[in-house]
Write a protein that binds this ligand. Structure first.
Ligand SMILES: Cc1cc2nc3c(=O)[nH]c(=O)nc-3n(C[C@H](O)[C@H](O)[C@H](O)COP(=O)(O)OP(=O)(O)OC[C@H]3O[C@@H](n4cnc5c(N)ncnc54)[C@H](O)[C@@H]3O)c2cc1C
Length: 390
């Protein structure tokens, strides 16, 4: 029996590998000519640009799976010390990373520092069941009284979950923040290195990979990993209403890094992100730099011109003079970082379609993790589930 996997992103590649590793025959179909989906990297004149900022969580399902399979690509864990900032009212303050660095923080009063210290301990502590049954907005309403401390907490929630949506489950967000305290890794060559590792491994296990082929119908023994509307169309089944989460991204390849460029920055009063990825990973020619700037949009739709102006302004603050050194700039106003916010009702599981011999996977599926980790965890879970049924 041959299993078909539709989609060659992280969920599809993982599902195909999980099946092939247990001896199954697998065919993987990807509609684009390149594999990777949203984990794709654009290579231009020696610069490698992910589709917006991409960091691999060291304690997440993706890192765990790549390590277990012996195919983890090279990369480096960023250390956010000197040159890392939190920005409010257009002013840069040294990054607050932990309770100790709160003592010297310039954007909170003494009383607010005490409240922020308590909040930081709760956010990162990983206590079981904390926030259960509440949305993140309800949990913050209960836990925080100061506006400044709430902004600080929301900033940490955004950077760990990529989600600026009030309906997100507090329990899931707090688990994700705790997981993220383990750090992240920026990959040499961008996320395409991970896609290549997975694809090479799949080919070595005789998975048949067809790119440039769009699946128009669904056969038995299939795992679907496209986006929810595509899955509904192919399966003829209705899914529960899902809310996608968006990010507006400004990806910059610079011939030279301006002297005073920051390494990392987060907005406190605006949902903004900045990171000099090439400080840590090999992403471009010697002397060049790759910087990702982003705006967490939550479930809101972008106003492209306004978001771009805001991102460029944030880059001006953190990297004065950058405009003179642009080799290549790409603005992506509306990237879907995930196709389902993890709300109080959870996400559909791999067997949610209720069709025998058919499973789903992706960053909007299953109980485990968020973002790429949800894609990988559900890819493995879908493969195991379909095999149990066979
Ligand atoms: C800007 C941005 C930043 C991100 N940052 C991070 C981060 O820092 N850390 C993190 O963990 N995650 C991050 N993510 C999330 C991560 O990239 C995604 O969760 C992950 O790549 C999704 O993988 P997937 O396989 O579920 O979906 P996709 O990558 O969307 O793959 C689905 C694939 O299916 C194919 N397909 C669909 N329909 C068909 C069909 N009918 N026939 C054939 N092929 C089909 C599509 O072409 C696509 O290649 C980020 C995402 C974005 C957009």
């Amino acid at each position: 029996m041959t299993h078909t996997v539709i989609g060659g992103g992280l969920a599809g590649l993982t599902a195909a590998l999980e099946l092939a590793r247990s001896g199954a025959k697998v065919r993987l179909i990807e509609q684009h000519h390149e594999l990777g989906g949203r984990a794709m990297t654009t290579v231009k004149d020696g610069f490698s640009l992910n589709l917006g900022p991409h960091a691999l969580y060291l304690n997440g399902a993706t890192h765990r799976t790549l390590t277990e399979w012996g195919i983890l690509p090279s990369g480096t864990r960023p250390i956010l010390k000197a040159g890392s900032y939190m920005v409010t009212g257009g002013v840069k303050h040294p990054m607050v990373r932990d309770v100790a660095s709160l003592a010297t923080c310039g954007f909170l009063s003494v009383l607010e520092k005490i409240e922020a210290g308590r909040m930081l301990t709760k956010l990162t502590g990983g206590a079981v069941g904390i926030g259960a049954g509440l949305t993140i907005a309800q949990w913050l309403d209960r836990e925080v009284s100061s506006v400044a401390v709430r902004r600080f907490a929301e900033t940490l929630i955004r950077v760990s979950t990529y989600c600026d949506a009030s309906e997100q489950s507090a329990e899931a967000a707090l688990q994700q923040i705790h997981m993220a305290t383990g750090g992240v890794m920026y990959l040499d060559g961008g996320w395409q290195s991970m896609v290549r590792s997975l694809a090479d491994y799949a080919r070595s296990l005789s998975v048949t990979i067809e790119t440039g082929t769009q699946a128009k119908a669904m056969e038995p023994n299939t795992i679907l990993t496209g986006i929810p509307p595509e899955v509904e169309q192919l399966s003829g089944k209705k899914l529960p209403k899902l809310t996608p989460i968006r990010l507006a991204a400004l990806d910059l390849a610079l011939d030279r890094l301006p002297e005073d460029a920051a390494i990392f920055g987060l907005g406190l009063d605006e949902p903004l992100y900045y990171s000099l990825h090439s400080r840590w990973a090999k992403l471009g020619p010697d002397g060049g730099a790759v910087v990702h700037v982003g705006k967490y949009m939550g479930s809101r739709v972008s106003d492209a011109a306004a978001e771009r102006a805001q991102l460029e302004h944030f880059a001006d603050l953190l990297m004065p003079g950058w405009r003179k050194h642009v080799h290549y700039a790409r603005f992506l106003p509306e990237m879907h970082v995930t196709h389902a916010v993890m709300g109080l009702d959870g996400r559909p599981d791999v067997d949610a379609l209720g069709i025998p011999g058919v499973r789903i996977a992706g960053d909007w599926v299953g109980p485990e993790g968020m973002l790429a980790d949800a894609a990988v965890a559900s890819g493995r879970r879908a493969a195991q589930s379909i095999q149990r049924e066979a």
